[in-house]
Design a protein around this ligand. Structure first.
Ligand SMILES: [Fe+2]
Ligand SMILES: [Fe+2]
Length: 283
């Protein structure tokens, strides 16, 4: 279809790593993002994991309440991240037990991938899992994509190495823990999806990143890490029309700047996890 500037663009927003909890700060950050999504008149929202901070049902309920305008109209797609797996393991229900499934919306074909594993039930084991079988499933899903839509692969964990973001990550990496490692088959996945999809959207790393992989086939491939939308107080919006991306994605700032997460946000659930594990070991 020839593209005319008078035609209305569709807008896809990419958010990730909200880490919602029951605090006032968390609610304020989510509200700001939602106001900005409304102001941008976004058509579809994707959230690539770590919706919740400790996998609690109540935290997921907060997410549902904040994002109700998109959830109730079928304009919200989300996948699990490692932080959705501890505690009450809400993330295990996000994709109904499937490792790969597809979502089709106007102008969009999204292949959702669950890159979490059972090891993520442990709060301290955050790296992802991508098996050869799942890579094959992604390829098969992409082969069924219609030609006239934007095709995106959504997953939580990063597919290529990205810089360390904190001192604890540096320590973990020095002692050989895979805490900050990319998916073992991430590079393989990119080689297999090249030319068959336009976007790989992920999170997990809280500092945003983007990578242009050129045009390995019929479609140019770009990899975008959203970063933590609540920490950053912003998200990317991709405009698309007639099944093609239009221009560069735009960063949209939330109405109010996000409050930086305090150390308590991470330390408290970590201590609760340790106490819970100790309790199980003793009794
Ligand atoms: Fe995260
Ligand atoms: Fe994560």
């Amino acid at each position: 279809m020839p593209i005319s500037l008078s035609m209305p663009f569709l807008k896809l927003a990419h958010l990730s790593d909200l880490h919602l909890d029951m605090s006032r700060e968390s609610d304020a950050a989510a509200s700001s993002l939602v106001k900005a999504l409304v102001a941008q008149d976004v058509d579809h929202v994707v959230v690539t994991g770590d919706l919740t901070h400790r996998g609690a049902n109540a935290e997921f309920q907060r997410f549902r309440e904040h994002f109700a305008p998109w959830m109730e109209t079928g304009r919200l797609t989300f996948i699990p991240g490692n932080h959705d797996r501890p505690g009450e393991d809400v993330g295990s229900r996000f994709m109904e037990g499937r490792k790969v499934h597809t979502v089709e919306k106007t102008g969009l074909y999204m292949v959702c991938v669950d890159s979490t594993g059972e090891h993520n039930r442990n709060y301290f084991s955050s790296h992802g899992e991508l098996t050869a079988d799942v890579v094959v499933q992604v390829e098969q899903a992409l082969s069924a994509a219609p030609p006239d839509v934007v095709v995106a692969v959504l997953l939580h964990h990063h597919v290529l190495p990205l810089p360390l973001e904190s001192f604890p990550e540096w320590i973990a990496t020095k002692v050989g823990l895979p805490h900050a490692s990319e998916l073992a088959l991430g590079k393989t996945l990119l080689e297999r999806v090249g030319g068959k999809c336009d976007l790989v959207l992920h999170g997990h790393r809280h500092i945003p990143h983007e990578l242009d992989l050129g045009q390995p086939g019929e479609r140019a491939l770009r990899v975008y890490n959203s970063g933590s939308s609540t920490d950053l107080g912003r998200f990317r919006v991709f405009s698309h029309l007639a099944g093609r991306l239009v221009g560069e994605p735009a960063w949209c700032q939330a109405a109010e700047p996000a409050k930086p997460r305090t150390a308590v946000h991470n330390v408290r659930p970590a201590l609760q996890y340790l106490v819970g594990q100790l309790g199980m070991a003793l009794f």
